[in-house]
Ligand binder design. Sequence first.
Ligand SMILES: Nc1ncnc2c1ncn2[C@@H]1O[C@H](COP(=O)(O)OP(=O)(O)OP(=O)(O)O)[C@@H](O)[C@H]1O
Ligand SMILES: [Mg+2]
Length: 143
Amino acid sequence: MKDISKGVFRLNTEEDTRRLGLEIARACEPGDIIALIGDLGTGKTALTKYIAEGLGVTEDVISPTFTIVKEYRSGRLPLFHFDVYRLSSGEELLDIGAEDYLEGKGVSVIEWADIVADVLPEDALIVSLEYAEDGNARTASVM
Ligand SMILES: Nc1ncnc2c1ncn2[C@@H]1O[C@H](COP(=O)(O)OP(=O)(O)OP(=O)(O)O)[C@@H](O)[C@H]1O
Ligand SMILES: [Mg+2]
């Protein structure tokens, strides 16, 4: 991944989340892994949609909760969008053949990445989303 500013950012509106997604997309290189952590509704899927937009994905990005992974190939790089909410370990992620994606030439974005953290590489970009006090505000810790 190219240089990207790390730190804690306040996302007051969804437009701020969009800007973060576009910035992440600009930095993406083949094989990058983006680990999204955060409670229900904090905006993991929203951020993924904006990363997809930044990559130039033209298909609608919908949550892959039931399929674990969806791939989109219309952008600058392939996007592999995981939602591992229904898994209980990294081992289960490998059991479904995720290595081919994770080690492939696309960008893997993983919702609920904390569940599978043990099988993710150390250089994955981690984005942890949390609710702030105001309804639409979030904080994003980019690590
Ligand atoms: N600042 C913000 N950033 C992101 N989303 C926001 C923001 N403010 C409001 N929202 C809304 O919050 C919701 C976030 O839902 P989203 O599905 O992206 O969350 P999620 O973390 O993927 O949830 P889940 O754990 O169910 O997968 C969306 O309806 C979005 O429009
Ligand atoms: Mg989601």
